[in-house]
Design a protein around this ligand. Structure first.
Ligand SMILES: NC(=O)c1ccc[n+]([C@@H]2O[C@H](COP(=O)([O-])OP(=O)(O)OC[C@H]3O[C@@H](n4cnc5c(N)ncnc54)[C@H](OP(=O)(O)O)[C@@H]3O)[C@@H](O)[C@H]2O)c1
Length: 151
């Protein structure tokens, strides 16, 4: 079985819908609250939910949950890796960041997670995704507002 985390979000939702549309794949999803039907309860901040939620999972599509201070993200991503190892997951696909090795402010949690995954007992695929469209678009809007304000 393939389990996709964060399916209530933009990226996880797209991945989950894409995989579910394919014939012959057994696909499950997770959200922090879970609904017991479409989504298992997978809360990276609650290790008990991970132990139960990863039961029977062969391939875990691990969508990062990065909207927090770095120490919080490291703790939650570490808990995901620990629980996946304990549950016998065979392969983890992690959504990281392009240029994660460079000194970008948003890179350290991804770099740490990649290293923790590389040391784990399962197979790993790292997807180094480029910046999502809302980031450059948001910066452009901010820049335009500042320009209009200051002339
Ligand atoms: N490369 C980039 O430019 C870029 C840009 C933006 C974000 N990101 C990263 O990519 C991820 C996905 O982006 P997105 O646009 O799909 O974000 P999104 O729409 O805001 O969705 C975030 C997802 O993460 C889940 N989540 C948050 N905290 C969690 C936790 N503690 N445990 C388990 N799940 C948790 C949420 O689940 P619930 O709804 O159940 O809370 C939600 O499904 C983000 O979380 C962020 O780490 C990367």
């Amino acid at each position: 079985m393939i389990l996709v985390t964060g399916i209530s979000g933009g990226l996880g939702g797209l991945i989950h819908r894409g995989l579910s549309a394919r014939d012959g794949l057994d696909v499950a999803g997770g959200t922090r609250s879970g609904d017991g039907v479409r989504a298992r309860r997978i809360d990276f901040d609650d290790p008990a939910s991970l132990a139960a939620g990863f039961h029977g999972v062969d391939v875990l599509v691990f969508v990062s949950a990065g909207y927090a201070e770095d120490d919080v993200v490291l703790a939650r991503h570490g808990a995901v890796v620990d629980a996946a190892e304990a549950a016998g997951v065979r392969h983890v696909v992690y959504t990281s960041l392009a240029r994660s090795g460079e000194p970008l402010t948003i890179a350290p949690p991804h770099r740490w997670t990649e290293a923790r995954l590389a040391a784990a007992s399962f197979e790993v695929t790292i997807l180094r995704n480029g910046l999502y469209a809302e980031i450059p678009a948001g910066l452009a809007v901010l820049g335009a507002a500042t320009a209009a304000e200051t002339g």
